[in-house]
Unconditional design. Structure first.
Length: 94
């Protein structure tokens, strides 16, 4: 009997990888806490797709994620949803 592992698709406010710019270079690091920690193993085992905010925000109107951001996150099975600086402030800080 063959066992087939189904791909898991997760949608949350944060991705299991957080991006930031360090000296102009985009770097990713593992997100801590919550779903990222609890479901990270499932995401990896099923080669899942995780949709959420990358940790980067834009100053103005909502824009598409950069090709660099999208490519880096795709390596981790993630799709970014961009947020403006106002959205980040109102949701996470307000």
């Amino acid at each position: 009997m063959e066992v087939t592992v189904q791909r898991t698709i997760m949608v949350s406010n944060r991705l299991p990888v957080t991006l930031e710019r360090v000296d102009g270079v985009l770097v990713g690091h593992r997100s801590m806490g919550g779903l990222a920690t609890g479901l990270g193993g499932v995401h990896q085992q099923t080669k899942g797709l995780w949709i959420g905010w990358s940790g980067l925000s834009s100053a103005g109107a909502l824009t598409q994620p950069s090709a660099e951001e999208t490519a880096l996150l795709a390596q981790h099975g993630c799709v970014p949803v961009p947020l403006t600086a106002d959205e980040v402030e109102n949701f996470y800080e307000g």
